[in-house]
Design a protein. Sequence first.
Length: 280
Amino acid sequence: VSALVALQSCQCLAWKPHPIVAWGAESQHVVAGYSDGTIRVFSISRTEMELKMHPHAVALTAIAYSTDGEMILSGGKDGLVVVSSPRTGMTIHVLAEHKGSPITVLQCTRKQYQDFGVEGGELWLATSLDRRVSIWASDWLKDKCELLDWLSFPAPAIPEGLGSLPPSLAAFCPWEPGTLVYVGFGMQKEALFYSLRKKQVVEKISLPYFATSLSLSPAARFMAVGFGERLLRLLRCPSSEAQDYAAHDDTVHLCRFAPSGRRLLTASHSAVLLWQLTAS
């Protein structure tokens, strides 16, 4: 697969949800975003590229599938978010609300109809480096995409000597429907729980440093946070009970819980670690 796009840098990846089982074999697909603005869909079982699209004029910085796998959401360095169809290769929507700031996170989650007084079977969010988060309700079959909420988090003046700002990161909370968690450069070092129903921050958890990575377990009330200080913190919510691990030798720039919630993958510059979570 890598030989097919040897001249370009892969910037982001996402697995297609719910692999289709046909004739006893799983048909697995992964979508990748590249530095030249292209998106490529690969078949893992056939080890070949199935589709190439070019919806962006700049490098991609985030990519995700819709929960049914029927749409691909991609974000670029210029802040544009594009919704594309992997069936036709066509661009369905171009959203410019975050224009001017790189997209750092795209995430989709299922929702029940009229949970928030709007049509659609899916919620999704986009986060940009300038501490803004947009939340959308979509009905892909009806070609509907409606802005549900818009968050902008304040921050102090950038300290002198700071090479780069920590990323702005957000994720839907699996154990609190209608709630998202946000971390980023701000007035305090903390994780914020924001309720889409109440339109306000409902909980704050103090952190030792500004976060560089974030993941929430889909199976238990655990949150993993990585830091530039080579530290990984595992938080049990809502008690905020914390355990710190210093196994990395550089910035922990990636945290990912497995769908089972029993394993956690973390990555730094020179190491990828797999953690096993115990029942206790």
